[in-house]
Design a protein around this ligand. Structure first.
Ligand code: ASP
Length: 331
């Protein structure tokens, strides 16, 4: 499976095919029938670096989606500005089903966090379906002094100005969780932004930063290998993949958050193509390997009735409103 970033479809088309496209457009021969979709490989844009949780989930479903579509599904990482660079690129892509965006909860926080957001999540995209909802974990470099969530609370309250808190950029889930954590403890830590959890995790394991709150899809293996220290999961119940890690609430911290993911295409994409993608997504989410691998990483595919445009749009609308209220109230 190809992993390298490549020029966007429109750039490549403009550079190499411009004369031919003019001729085809003139004869109307360039319009392909949505019923024939897909006739070539499909790219899923991931808005964060390779090696992070969003990337991991996308690569897990890409292969079974390829099988369902009968075409290769490629993964492209388009990093920057908490996922909004990728959002803008995907919103302006050709609405032909060959550019799909995988995004997470950041799609619902960006309209509040970014005044000049280049796209409207509700009107510039069509939803394909939800993918998974992932717990988060509060973790630290393995030699960070506090051993428990209670000790961490005291330590942060006494040493806030010396602690570096990694995140994947403004609007990233990790930033959001970090804000909730600081809020709950009444502290202000030094936030260190990266272009995704991949590089943030490398630096945390290397000891260059102290603390992070991120999805289990990219923290479970490091926690179980002892490469990082885990204090809490952010779900109401403990999770099977990390049975020894207490919930934040159990440790007296009022913090619950999980990170939902979904697939999007540009708003003008024909419904027939969206339906083909939804079917491929549903096939991927019932693939036994996907179910097993997600379970090892502390999550699960959404039920089939959630992997639909209707359920996804409803979730997006709700979440935009929820985070607008919460983030505005928090200043
Ligand atoms: N987990 C990251 C976030 O904080 C993004 C990623 O790399 O998937 O949003």
């Amino acid at each position: 499976m190809a992993t390298l970033p490549r020029p966007s479809r429109s750039v490549r088309a403009t550079a190499a095919l411009a004369p031919l496209m003019l001729v085809l457009a003139a004869c109307g021969a360039g319009d392909s029938d949505p019923a024939d979709y897909p006739e070539e490989s499909v790219s899923i844009i991931v808005p964060f670096s390779a090696g992070g949780p969003t990337d991991t989930v996308t690569r897990l479903i890409a292969e079974p989606m390829s099988e369902a579509l009968g075409q290769q599904v490629l993964v492209e990482n388009v990093e920057g500005a908490g996922g909004t660079v990728a959002g803008a690129e995907a919103a302006s892509a050709d609405p032909d089903g060959y550019t799909v965006l995988m995004h997470h909860i950041g799609m619902s926080t960006a309209p509040t966090l970014y005044e000049d957001l280049a796209y409207d999540p509700l009107t510039d995209f069509k939803t394909v379906g939800l993918v998974t909802e992932v717990p988060m974990t509060i973790i630290a470099r393995s030699d960070f002094e506090p051993e428990t969530m209670e000790e961490l609370t005291t330590y942060l309250q006494e040493n806030a100005d010396t602690v570096n808190l990694a995140n994947a950029g403004v609007g990233a889930a990790s930033q959001l969780c970090g804000v909730l954590l600081q809020d709950a403890l009444g502290v202000e830590l030094n936030e260190v932004p990266y272009d995704g959890t991949g590089p943030a995790m490398t630096e945390l394991v290397g000891g260059q930063v102290d603390l992070m709150c991120d999805q289990t899809t990219n923290t479970t293996n490091q926690i179980n290998a002892g490469e990082v220290k885990a204090y809490a999961v952010t779900t109401p119940e403990r999770i099977d993949a990390l049975p020894d890690v207490p919930t934040a609430v159990e440790s007296g911290l009022d913090l619950e958050v999980s990170v939902w993911h979904g697939l999007y295409v540009p708003a003008e994409t024909p419904d027939e193509i969206v339906a083909t993608l939804t079917e491929a997504l549903q096939a991927a989410l019932t693939d036994q390997n996907v179910i097993d691998e997600m379970a090892k990483l502390g999550t699960a595919p959404v039920p089939e009735d959630q992997a639909t445009p209707e359920a996804h749009t409803a979730k997006l609308e709700d979440q935009i409103e929820l985070w607008r209220d919460l983030l505005s109230a928090g200043g």
